[in-house]
Design a protein around this ligand. Structure first.
Ligand code: GSH
Length: 214
């Protein structure tokens, strides 16, 4: 048995499969060669059935021996501390990795998720479009000039930024060739492919279990 357990739902509808954020933690473990297992909580009653472990009723959360950690970003940084493959150990490389990891969450995902939500709710030209366009344009300039966000190499910051940017509506927004090449490059990594395939297989098994329950 591994010390690391990634917790997710036992099932989700088809739409979010391949995008549920446990994938970030699976991907990081795969990149780092960290042994882990995946365990589930029931999707039904999710709003109340695990509040002690994830106060918003969401997934993922991570167990590591006696520790429990929620928020995918916190889980990623916890894993990054264990593995050079995710974060360099020199102070400058580590600082760059931390800043870009937080930027992925707090400067990019902070606008892309509400923008996407308004868009799928029928408000395609919503008021967040200008804000998101500005942020993604700024990132496009950076990704046009450098291959990786931090320390001239792949880090957990790239894993997270690419996961934020790979949402199809965000990917299709505007003409951003450097960003598109970056997302393709990062998500072509075998560790991503495995994490994604494993997540989809878990939710497909959940289909069968729900069908058997009737
Ligand atoms: N900020 C949280 C967001 C977690 C989140 O949005 N989880 C989604 C799955 S990817 C979820 O549990 N959705 C179900 C719900 O909100 O009821 C994180 O990064 O861990």
């Amino acid at each position: 048995m591994s010390d690391l357990t990634i917790w997710t739902y036992d099932w989700v509808p088809e739409g979010p499969r391949g995008f549920v954020r446990d994938l970030r933690l699976r991907w990081a473990c795969e990149e780092a060669g960290l042994a882990y297992e995946v365990r589930t909580i029931p999707f039904d009653d999710r709003e109340t059935n695990h509040l002690a472990r994830q106060p918003f009723g969401q997934v993922p959360f991570l167990s590591d021996a006696g520790l429990e950690i929620f928020e995918s970003g916190a889980g990623l940084l916890h894993l990054a501390r264990k593995a050079d493959a995710l974060m360099p150990r020199d102070p400058a490389g580590e600082a760059q990795t931390l800043q870009w990891t937080i930027a992925a969450l707090n400067s990019i995902e902070m606008v892309t998720v509400p923008w996407w939500f308004l868009k799928i709710s029928g408000d395609a030209d919503n008021e967040l479009t200008g804000w998101m366009g500005q942020r993604l344009g700024q990132l496009e300039a950076i990704l046009g000039a450098q291959e990786w966000l931090a320390a001239d190499r792949f880090t957990v910051a790239d894993l997270l930024m690419a996961d934020v940017l790979r949402v199809s509506a965000v990917r299709a927004f505007g003409d951003r060739p450097a960003t598109e090449a970056y997302v393709a490059r990062v998500t072509n990594r075998p560790a991503f492919e495995k994490a994604r395939a494993d997540q989809i297989a878990l939710f497909e098994a959940g289909d069968a279990a729900r069908m058997a329950r009737g």
